[in-house]
Design a binder for this molecule. Structure first.
Ligand SMILES: Nc1ncnc2c1ncn2[C@@H]1O[C@H](COP(=O)(O)OP(=O)(O)O)[C@@H](O)[C@H]1O
Ligand SMILES: O=P(O)(O)OC[C@H]1O[C@](O)(CO)[C@@H](O)[C@@H]1O
Ligand SMILES: [Mg+2]
Length: 466
């Protein structure tokens, strides 16, 4: 396997990404940290609160209940917290181990800048000095601003404004972490993370009007767009604006972006969205407007549920069978004719399901996924990808032992479609897990677009010769 070949493939590609960036304050939980947290409360009350499954964290007990649930089931989760000063202070009293770039748009920007692709234009509505400094210091990483009514691309680190900083709290735990709750020993089933997401009233998931006017110009400067962050849209804001207002605007952003460059490929990265109305709007407004979507197993199950495929959704959540996930992906391709790639990642594999007439061959599609698994294992093993040499570490991690079986099942279920699977290079004790999904999805998507562009150029050259 040749890392240089991968990097050469993506080198010319130009990316636009929006909307979410934040600072992730990360706490790496040890047994005694969790024990101390649960001992702050009556254990029976924690159990009762777990049963009520709070979808918004309104007080510390909601947090502990959802954290314990996540550890017990080994499932990652992201739960928004209520904007409340006392609760903020309570979370601030925890000692975090590090601060790092968070948010899909932020993580993807830093990854792609480090991989030295040609250009990244990133837009995020809030860009404080602290947030700007979370971006890596590369000249290919740019932020659009308007000066004298002209679009100017500035180095993102130099484009900061007088904005507040959004901080999410991330609680990472390792497989095997243990503590006692009401006499019962609870052991973490997986290494994963629990996110307490902040939802400040003044954060609006949008591109401000000055820059928005220039979206068709930005569209002409890139080959693809990686969009995410819609999970932060609220149903209603204090000034009367509604989710519908922001979703309509977000859908129009995509239209503006592709207005003069029809060749752009647009990817939606799904996220955990506890509010069902917002989840439905992401499906109705955004999923129906993009070429590619990336999600994990729970997220595809949730989307299928919204589309009325309750049985299929339950099956995926209960059994995690890859054949059900493939059927689910085919349903999405049938329902949304705009989609050309459905990408699903789980801890065991990453999967592309495309129509039979997709221009890339199965081998080429597999190459995209292979690249993505190397990125994920590098980040899982080292905690971050700081330079291209780090990818060699990821390459030392073998594909997981279920790989051959999973590939066989994928092949058997490909009738009428291109179904391509790459088993994960699973890191047993990851240094950190937050952002792994964003890494894997953006890697596969960017590689996909790069191969498409190369193919197109080759065809143009051949046509020219004729
Ligand atoms: N230990 C690990 N080793 C390799 N890859 C991992 C590991 N843990 C998670 N991953 C990858 O990261 C993905 C997590 O994605 P997701 O659930 O979307 O979370 P997020 O978007 O917050 O990173 C998994 O589906 C898997 O592909
Ligand atoms: O939903 P939000 O607040 O934009 O946050 C997304 C969260 O997901 C991540 O981007 C990881 O996927 C975190 O870095 C971040 O805290
Ligand atoms: Mg994800």
């Amino acid at each position: 396997m040749n890392i240089e070949k991968f990097l050469k493939t993506i080198k010319e590609t130009k990316l636009f990404t929006a909307y979410n960036t934040n600072v992730d304050a990360v706490k790496y939980l040890k047994d005694e940290d969790v024990q101390r947290l649960v001992d702050m409360f009556d254990h029976n009350e924690i159990i009762e609160r777990m049963e009520s499954y709070p979808r918004i964290i309104k007080d510390p007990l909601d947090f502990v209940a959802r954290l314990v649930y996540s550890i017990k089931t080994g499932k990652p989760a992201e739960v928004p917290m209520k904007e409340d000063e006392n609760l903020q202070r309570w979370f601030d009293s925890i000692k975090y181990d590090e601060e790092r770039m968070g948010g899909q748009a932020g993580i993807v920007s830093n990854l792609m800048a480090t991989l030295q692709i040609n250009r990244i234009i990133v837009y995020t509505p809030l860009l404080s000095k602290k947030q700007a400094e979370m971006f890596v210091d590369y000249d290919n990483l740019l932020y659009p601003v308007v000066e004298d009514e002209k679009l100017v691309l500035k180095k993102v680190r130099e484009a900061y404004k007088n904005d507040p900083t959004k901080i999410n709290r991330i609680f990472e735990f390792k497989k095997g972490l243990k503590f006692i709750l009401n006499g019962e020993k609870i052991v973490a089933k997986q290494s994963t993370r629990f996110i307490v997401a902040s939802r400040p009233e003044n954060l609006r998931i949008e591109i401000k009007d000055d820059v928005r006017k220039f979206l068709p110009d930005i569209g002409e400067m890139v080959d693809c767009a990686f969009l995410s962050g819609y999970q932060a849209i609220k149903e209603k804001y204090n000034d009367g604006k509604t989710a519908e207002y922001y979703f309509k605007k977000a859908r129009d952003d995509i239209k503006l972006l592709i207005k003069r460059n029809k060749n752009i490929k647009v990817h939606l990265e799904f996220a955990s969205i506890p509010n069902i109305n917002i989840r439905k709007m992401v499906v109705d407004y955004i999923l129906s407007s993009v070429d590619s979507v990336g999600m994990d197993e729970t997220e595809i199950a949730n989307v299928l549920h919204i589309l009325g495929f309750e049985e299929m959704s339950e099956k995926i959540l209960k059994n995690s069978f890859v054949e059900d996930v493939i059927e689910g992906a085919k349903i999405l391709l049938e329902k949304f004719k705009n989609l050309e790639v459905v990408q699903i990642h789980t801890i065991y594999y990453i999967l592309f399901v495309c129509r039979e007439d997709n221009p890339l061959s199965n081998e080429e599609l597999e190459e995209c996924l292979e690249f993505a698994t190397i990125l994920a294992s590098s980040r899982a093993k080292l905690g971050n990808i700081r330079n291209i040499e780090d990818l060699k570490e990821g390459l030392t991690v073998d594909h997981n032992k279920y790989g051959d079986l999973l590939k066989k099942i994928a092949k058997e279920h490909s009738n009428g479609y291109k179904v391509v699977l790459s088993p994960s290079r699973y890191v047993e004790t990851p240094k950190s897990t937050v952002g792994l999904g964003d890494t894997i999805s953006s890697g596969a998507f960017l590689y996909y677009v790069s191969l498409l562009n190369k193919k197109e150029k080759k065809n143009e050259r051949e046509d020219g010769r004729d």
